[in-house]
Design a protein around this ligand. Structure first.
Ligand code: GLN
Length: 290
């Protein structure tokens, strides 16, 4: 008689994968195992707990094994499942776009607050380096506005457009292929400018863990220089503008002092840094004096 092939159940699979991930120093091993399995079985993570003894079919098992292998090779979970959430909204991700970070929600939140504080409806907003489109989509999902969202990457813009359509914000966001360093925008065409630019210095980039360095788009993470290239450029354009109301920038870890120096060099006043949940200065807001 042929030996019976083992049928795996949900709980067993989670436990085995958790141990495997832990041995391989994957952070949050159980959460990773649960999210990968739930996505493979096309159920919500919560529902795994209602089906602990559900047998996992052969096809499901081979798809799951394949994904566990990818995770062990350090591919980020979000690229394997192809999705994440930002501001409570579903965002599709792939290696053409940076995976939206939770701390970036502060930038979206502050931009929204400033937009709502303007005394007119439908502000014009420019986002520089939109990536997955997450920031623009979060804003457009919440208020009346007209957004130009630019990026240097055609593939990123395609993903951003899909995300915008999936979140019903296509009417409000116009995506533009553009390199801000070589084709500066006119900030006076806008009421608000927002950006989460590539701010990791090249020497720090080279030391990043494999999950970031081998999978996320290099041009979204580093400026190949001291991490300040985009701040310099954007602040130069801001200095030339006369009517744009506010500029909001995400700030890299340990970058607030050097960014403050750039502000002083350009004699820019009326600015404030806002801390993220880890109390790291994360968002810089410049507002025009009226
Ligand atoms: N705006 C996108 C984000 O915040 C992409 C930023 C980037 O690629 N540097 O996630």
């Amino acid at each position: 008689m042929p030996e019976a092939v083992k049928t795996w159940q949900v709980l067993e699979l989670i436990n085995v994968t958790e141990a495997l991930f832990a041995d391989n120093e994957i952070e949050n091993p159980r959460l990773n195992a649960e999210l990968l399995l739930a996505d493979t079985l096309d159920i919500r993570r919560f529902d795994l707990y209602l089906s602990f003894d559900r047998p996992v079919g052969e096809n499901e098992l081979s798809a799951y094994r394949n994904r566990v292998k990818r995770r062990l090779a350090r591919e980020p979970l979000q690229y394997i499942t192809g999705k994440t959430e930002f501001f409570g909204l579903p965002i599709e991700v792939n290696p053409a776009v940076l995976i939206p970070r939770p701390e970036t929600e502060l930038l979206a939140e502050k931009t929204l607050a400033i937009a709502q504080g303007l005394k007119f409806s439908s502000p014009r907003i420019l986002e520089i380096g939109t990536g997955s489109g997450c920031i623009s989509i979060a804003i457009a999902h919440s208020i009346e506005c007209q957004i130009d969202a630019s990026d240097i990457s055609k593939d990123a813009l395609e993903t951003a457009k899909k995300n915008s359509a999936a979140n019903s914000t296509s009417e409000k966001i116009n995506f533009i292929l553009k390199d801000i360093l070589s084709e500066p925008a006119n900030f006076d065409d806008y009421d608000i400018v927002v950006s989460n630019p590539p701010y990791i210095p090249i020497d720090e980039y080279n030391l990043l863990e494999a999950e970031l360095k081998n999978y996320e788009p290099r041009s979204a993470l580093t400026d190949e220089s001291d991490g300040l290239t985009f701040y310099r450029k954007i602040l130069d354009i801001w200095s030339l503008s006369t009517s744009c109301s506010a500029l909001l920038l995400e700030i890299g870890d340990n970058k607030s002092k050097s960014v403050e120096t750039l502000l002083k060099e350009r004699k820019i006043g009326n600015y404030a840094f806002h801390n993220d949940l880890l109390r790291i200065p994360r968002v810089l807001i410049l507002e025009r004096k009226r």
